[in-house]
Design a protein around this ligand. Structure first.
Ligand SMILES: C[S@@+](CC[C@H](N)C(=O)[O-])C[C@H]1O[C@@H](n2cnc3c(N)ncnc32)[C@H](O)[C@@H]1O
Length: 347
């Protein structure tokens, strides 16, 4: 299924019913087939201690690397304590997926949250509403029905003329007065007043260099290291490290050996995210009390093999092909035991 807004992206229904994406150019999925929304909670929100952290703090800063369709972002907003101010910086290279994020059928039936994102996305597009035409071309089965009806209404009533300033409370009023079927509901524009979302469009390596902030929680949701190691290099992780405090938590779906090895080399305590007793991701922090399932002897031995050699990108400028090629050379020159040899001896 193609259209202009998502030239290289296909849509799939994942096992929990939420819509996931697949990037044809990279040949990689955006979301787990077992459930895009489920994955956000299992691999990001729960292991990050967001609920606990936000209930104990007045303010919390989150870095959402590879924000995409915004599953981690939206799940974080839904989870954070209402009394905590939550600032979320979203780094993403493809503005089309950000434009899609308020509309994708993610099973999150919270229109206040979608309107919050829609108003941010409209700002990001400098009040040029042409991207909404593209959203309307997407097969309806991939879109939240309420949000689709809402854009149609805005078009037919003439609200979407170039440059007209539609802010969040205005969008709320229109939605609840004219589009919502729920007559008992009063618009709640202040529901997410504690939430601050900022989008940074571009390569996350360059965006992050330019941001002066410290984060309590970091989500890394880049394509898999085998497909594109750009955001899994020890050098990019070191840049992230420079933006953390001693209690920060970094979480990712990846359980790759070079990633875990790089995190250990950078001085993090590293652990695993278990889902149904399976190793399904990585958690890292300088505070070991935040690591529930530490790496075991097998994981550490694996890290000491050639497969534990990290990806490198000294000045954060290499192409993914170059990063892979350089690591292959480093591995072939290394006197570490190969992973195949290690596995033979281990079992
Ligand atoms: C696995 S998907 C992330 C899914 C996302 N978290 C969500 O909830 O939909 C990977 C995302 O990384 C983005 N991406 C790829 N390379 C990037 C880079 N160098 N900098 C920033 N974003 C990048 C892709 O456009 C894609 O949206």
């Amino acid at each position: 299924m193609y259209n202009k807004i998502m030239e290289y992206v296909e849509y799939i229904k994942t096992d929990d019913g939420s819509i996931g994406l697949f990037d044809k150019k990279i040949g990689d999925i955006y979301h787990s087939k077992s459930g895009a929304l489920k994955e956000a909670f299992d691999k990001y929100i729960n292991p990050s201690f967001l609920k606990e952290k936000s209930s104990k703090s007045k303010e919390i800063n989150i870095l959402d690397i590879c924000s995409g369709a915004g599953y981690n972002l939206k799940s974080a907003i839904l989870t954070a304590d209402n009394n905590c101010k939550v600032n979320i910086d979203c780094l993403e290279i493809n503005s089309d997926v950000i434009n899609l994020s308020p509309f994708i059928d993610d099973l999150i039936n919270d229109v206040d949250l979608k309107i919050l994102l829609l108003s941010e996305v409209i700002k990001l597009n400098n009040y040029d509403y042409s991207f909404l035409n593209e959203v309307l071309k997407i097969d309806t089965s991939f879109l939240c029905p309420d949000m689709r009806r809402f854009i149609e209404f805005l078009f037919t009533e003439g609200y979407l003329t170039k440059g007209s300033i539609l802010n969040r409370s205005f969008l709320h009023n229109i939605y609840y007065n004219y589009v919502s079927n729920n007559t008992n509901y009063t618009p709640n524009c202040s529901k997410y007043n504690n939430i601050n979302v900022r989008y940074f469009i571009g390569d996350a390596r360059y965006s992050l260099k330019s941001i002066d902030n410290t984060y309590d929680i970091v989500f890394i949701d880049a394509f898999s290291p085998q497909k594109d190691p750009t955001l899994w290099t020890i050098d990019f992780l070191s840049l992230i490290k420079s933006k953390l405090n001693k209690n920060s938590v970094l979480v990712t779906y990846s359980k790759s050996t070079p990633l875990r090895s790089a995190l250990l080399e950078l001085g993090f305590c590293v652990g695993k995210t278990f889902i149904d007793k399976l190793d399904m991701g990585t958690v890292a922090s300088f505070d070991s009390s935040l690591i529930i399932n530490h790496l075991n002897n097998y994981d550490l031995k694996l890290i000491s093999t050639r497969s534990g050699i990290p990806f490198r990108d000294y000045d954060l400028s290499l192409s993914y092909n170059q990063i892979i090629k350089n690591r292959d050379i480093e591995m072939s020159c290394s006197d570490r035991v190969s992973m195949t040899q290690f596995l033979k001896n281990y079992y």
